[in-house]
Design a protein around this ligand. Structure first.
Ligand code: URA
Length: 442
């Protein structure tokens, strides 16, 4: 394949050579390779070579903005301008036990925000909002565009899975990056995430960039570079963007697994739940309210606390899930989630302080219960997962219950218990206090 650009003045070969020599690509060159790849005119092997050159040599800010714009224009986009400044979205770079959307979305909608949101499924050790929502009996994660807009208008909140026509450039590029060891590049991650967020149309976007053992970003420095680049891209392309850098060394909250996480989200909306999850969701919600209304963070935090305390956020959650197909009677009877057949306790092998937990390994353990998928077409068990009874910093005695495992798999008890125990380190001395929120960037 020759792969010449318009008027035969551009060749993929020359674009690869330029990036290999660490020269800046023009907007036309980036548009040419993205369009050529999506249209099937440029083969995988040439795009792979370019991606690898980008991994080694990086991209300038202008290149990153241009790549994002090209990708976002490769397919359908949502126009949420009818919601004006009230349209707001959030994105987490992914982690273990991260059910924040289920809590934040009704909080922000109960305060007047409009969330017409597209979310993803889990893959590997991290979960996805769409799978969690599908664990609610009857909940539908697809609907017509007109119903989607009408629900967002009436309820303030609608969440669906991404359509296949949405940012096709990212679908192709991400699949190729996944098998060519080119996922781990800050400009490629930033353009992948931001192309989808910008195509989803919200005026304000709150990013939760996770850092730690259960996250893509393993150092605060890298997480900050990624966050800064995503903010810059969003602002250059006309949106309001803020980011929080948060800890993912320890799973978030007390539950990992789809229906278990929905249960926990509702606990937080009821004013209960674990402190880490309450704090992070309050802070993310307050930042979103501040972006919508221009209020100070203190005023926004106060409003967020009030809407949980007076029950409005929980009321909004129920209104939302019923609008998307959940059975109102089951919701009112508190019987809307599937339960696993087996529940068994993992006992601590010794006494001491939990000095660290490997969030990624705990995510893998949750996958092994049936809660996650290895390949994108795997069927998952929505009732399976883990309840973490003790987390980093806690003291535990030998033989005390460390966690519960929920599964429908028979005969896997020892395997799952051993996997869990190997993800937790118990020492004689307590660890340093864990920071939950490292930084807020605007
Ligand atoms: N999530 C994305 O959507 N894209 C990446 O490249 C990495 C994480």
């Amino acid at each position: 394949m020759t792969c010449y650009g318009e008027n035969f003045n551009m060749r993929m070969y020359d674009i690869i050579t330029k990036k290999k020599n660490n020269e800046e690509l023009t907007k036309k060159e980036i548009d040419f390779f993205v369009k050529g790849y999506v249209d099937g005119e440029i083969p995988d092997y040439q795009v792979s070579a370019l991606l690898m050159a980008i991994c080694f040599n990086g991209m300038t800010e202008d290149e990153s903005v241009n790549l994002t714009e090209s990708m976002l224009n490769s397919g359908e986009t949502l126009d949420l301008s009818a919601f004006g400044n009230y349209s707001v979205d959030k994105h987490s770079t992914g982690g273990v036990g991260d059910k924040t959307t289920l809590i934040i979305a009704p909080i922000v909608a109960s305060l007047g925000g409009k969330l017409a949101k597209m979310s993803g499924r889990g893959l590997g050790h991290t979960g996805g909002t769409i799978d969690k929502l599908e664990s609610i009996y009857g909940f539908k994660t697809s609907m017509s565009t007109s119903d989607f807009f009408a629900q967002a208008e009436n309820t303030g909140l609608a969440v669906i899975g991404q359509s296949t026509e949405f940012v096709p450039a990212d679908k192709k590029l991400y699949a190729l990056r996944d098998v060519t060891a080119t996922v781990n590049s800050i400009p490629l991650i930033a353009s992948s995430i931001m192309s989808k967020k910008l195509a989803a149309g919200a005026k304000s976007i709150m990013l939760d960039v996770k850092v730690g053992s259960g996250a893509f970003m393993k150092s605060i420095k890298d997480a900050e570079s990624l966050a800064k680049l995503m903010i810059l891209i969003g602002k250059k392309l006309g949106r309001n963007v803020s980011a929080m850098i948060t800890n993912m060394d320890v799973p978030l909250g007390r539950y990992v697994g789809n229906s278990l996480e929905v249960f926990e989200a509702v606990e937080v909306l009821n004013g209960r739940g674990s402190e880490d999850l309450k704090n992070i969701t309050q802070e993310l919600s307050a930042n979103m309210i501040s972006m919508i209304y221009g209020y100070s963070l203190d005023k926004s935090r106060k409003l967020v606390k009030e809407t949980v305390a007076n029950g409005n956020a929980l009321k909004k959650f129920k209104e939302w899930v019923i609008a998307q197909g959940a059975d109102a009677e089951r919701i009112n009877k508190n019987d809307y989630l599937p339960k696993a057949k087996y529940k068994f306790a993992v006992l601590s092998p010794k006494s001491g302080f939990i000095s660290s937990m490997n969030a990624e390994e705990i995510g893998i353990c949750a996958c092994m219960t049936g809660a996650g998928r290895e390949n994108k077409d795997d069927i998952i068990d929505l009732s399976a997962g883990i309840e973490l009874l003790h987390k980093t910093g806690d003291y535990i005695s030998a033989g005390e219950e460390l966690a519960y495992i929920y599964t429908n798999k028979n005969g896997k008890e020892d395997l799952l218990k051993n996997k869990y125990i190997s993800s937790v380190v118990i020492s004689d001395t307590p660890p340093d206090k864990i920071e939950l929120i490292y930084k807020i960037l605007k």
